[in-house]
Design a protein around this ligand. Structure first.
Ligand code: NAI
Length: 340
């Protein structure tokens, strides 16, 4: 890391590093949908994470190649590929964290809800297996529509008697990543220092970035700038879908966002204090049963769902405007899980 990679580090250095990093607790991470557009770069990034000791890569197609490839990287995690449904149990057993990017992505002209019919069934069957083989694992749901797949997962776990609301997360980190990037560009501040909470859900107007709380604060942005930034964050996924012109949706930036969020979950599990990220979780901060907001992560998953803070008038309006759609998506997921 850094320095001159061709000259070997002094052995004391290596020992120190392996002591501080590689003697961390054993942590098994499973990725379901590991050979897909998101799954592959996410597998790579999780292989690079020193907090991971075992990495289980599961997909119904293409797993052996991805697993063999990633397994050659000389980092801590021991990689195993699981290629067929009969192997799903083994992939999941002993997992501390399961990340789910399985399912179909959008094509131009599609909304995330158009994916419901296919992805709802996939998520339901994967969550049924999680309830059976690793009921205590944290679950990071990436598969869309997140506004519905998270409620589906909750219902499946409730039916199985394993539901723990502290352990189920809809991954909305890509909205945060986009909001940070777009804000930094517009406000002309260093992107690495930027923080922007994004609340609500993960589709269209349900994505509500709170630029009034962005740091570093700036007064360089007009109301129109904030509106344009909000719209670009909400439409960020569609921007990528259109640019890829039928070849899928965000995969590389999503893998990055998924890896950052998974890392935060692992740090929380390991007892690192003050890990706060936005996620779509069971929530009582609004009247909706699931809602994305800042969440403090801890040894059992969600330690605290943080409130919304002070909103601007524009954000208050955005919050009211998103509730009907988000409520309908949540109810659609719950109904699917109950009927199927
Ligand atoms: P992709 O089609 O490239 O990959 C999906 C993978 O899932 C494929 O390898 C496929 O074989 C696998 N799969 C399908 N059924 C499976 C099952 N039953 N068990 C295990 N694996 C299964 O799609 P991509 O681009 O990787 O997107 C995956 C999902 O992530 C989509 O639903 C997409 O909408 C969503 N997404 C979510 C984002 C977010 O911010 N939460 C951002 C971007 C995409």
């Amino acid at each position: 890391r850094g320095g001159a990679p061709s000259s070997p580090a002094p052995s004391s250095h290596i020992l120190r590093r392996s002591f501080s990093v590689e003697s961390g607790p054993e942590r098994k991470v499973a990725i379901l949908g590991a050979a897909g557009g998101i799954g592959q770069p996410l597998s790579l990034l999780m292989k690079l994470n020193p907090l991971v000791s075992r990495l289980a890569l599961y997909d119904i197609a293409g797993t052996p190649g991805v697993a063999a490839d990633v397994s050659h990287i000389n980092t801590r995690a021991e990689v195993k590929g699981y290629a067929a449904e009969e192997q799903l149990g083994q992939a999941l057993e002993g997992s501390d964290l399961v990340i789910i990017p399985a399912g179909v992505p959008r094509k131009p002209g599609m909304t995330r809800d158009d994916l419901f019919n296919i992805n709802a069934g996939i998520v339901k069957s994967l969550c049924t297996a999680i309830a059976k083989y690793c009921p205590d694992a944290l679950v990071n749901m990436i598969s869309n529509p997140v506004n519905s797949t998270v409620p589906i997962a909750a219902e499946v776990f409730k039916k199985a008697g394993t539901y723990d609301e502290k352990k189920l997360f809809g991954v909305t980190m890509l909205d945060v990543v986009r909001a940070k990037t777009f804000y930094a560009g517009k406000a002309n501040v260093p992107v690495s220092e930027v923080n922007v909470p994004v609340v609500g859900g993960h589709a269209g107007i349900t994505i509500l970035p709170l630029f009034s709380q962005a740091t570093p604060a700036t007064n360089a942005l007009s109301e129109d700038d904030i509106k344009a930034l909000t719209k670009r964050t909400q439409d960020g996924g569609t921007e990528v879908v259109e640019a890829k012109a039928g070849k899928g949706s965000a995969t590389l930036s999503m893998a990055y966002a998924g890896a950052i969020f998974a890392d935060a979950c692992l740090k929380g599990l390991n007892g690192v204090p003050d890990i706060v990220e936005c996620s779509f979780v069971q929530s009582s901060i609004t009247e909706l049963p699931f809602f994305a907001s800042k969440v403090r992560l801890g040894k059992n998953g969600v330690e605290e769902v943080l409130g919304l803070g002070t909103l601007s008038e524009y954000e208050k309006q955005g919050l009211e405007n998103l509730k009907a759609e988000l409520k309908a998506s949540i109810e659609k997921g719950i109904k699917f899980a109950k009927d199927n």
